[in-house]
Design a protein around this ligand. Sequence first.
Ligand code: ADP
Ligand code: 5GP
Length: 191
Amino acid sequence: MGHLIVISAPSGSGKTTIARALMKSFPSIVFSVSATTRPRRGTEVHGKDYYFLSREEFERRIREGRLIEWEEIYGNLYGTLRSEVDRALEQGLTMLFDVDIKGALSIKRQYPQAVLIFIRPPGIEALTQRLRARRTEDEETLRRRLERVPLELDLGAHCDYQVVNDDLEKAIAEVEEIVRKHTNLEPIHST
Ligand code: ADP
Ligand code: 5GP
């Protein structure tokens, strides 16, 4: 029986950092690679972080029914591929999803067994600082990302778990415990 673990959070809350830590401590977890029309960031790899598609290619996949959910976020399209979820369920894998809150709730509607974890920033100021420090967004995209935060924080309350990412190590430990409880997998630590 495959397990679906969905992590969601406002942009800059530390979701990617936590997801990467999880993949390290649970090497058997498989990451669901989403499709997106957003341009690639520096270290991102096609097929590993995302499938980077043109808008035309993305829209073709929507028409072909190959996405179980998709959203337009900050002017770009993002979507979860049906083939990824089928792979997890058929092969009994634990799969990790990093999607926005609407996508997370949509996955839960279709797969009620999915475990939804919402990562909360300690506050809007900390969130803004982290996004600025990451240096991946210009002022306009930063503004668009922050504009969406109140809606995301409201919808986040519908997730199964709420984890505040103030102390990163503590947040990772909390998420690891949730995954352990639902999957019976044991985290491995290098120390
Ligand atoms: P998201 O994937 O939610 O957009 P990231 O994982 O990219 O967020 O984190 C945004 C920035 O904040 C990154 O530069 C990351 O290193 C930093 N960060 C993550 N967690 C913390 C934390 N607990 N305290 C301080 N900075 C953090
Ligand atoms: P980023 O551009 O920072 O990688 O992602 C922006 C937002 O899109 C994040 O909230 C991320 O979780 C979300 N996202 C990534 N992939 C998907 C997806 O397949 N579906 C949905 N709904 N959101 C996604």
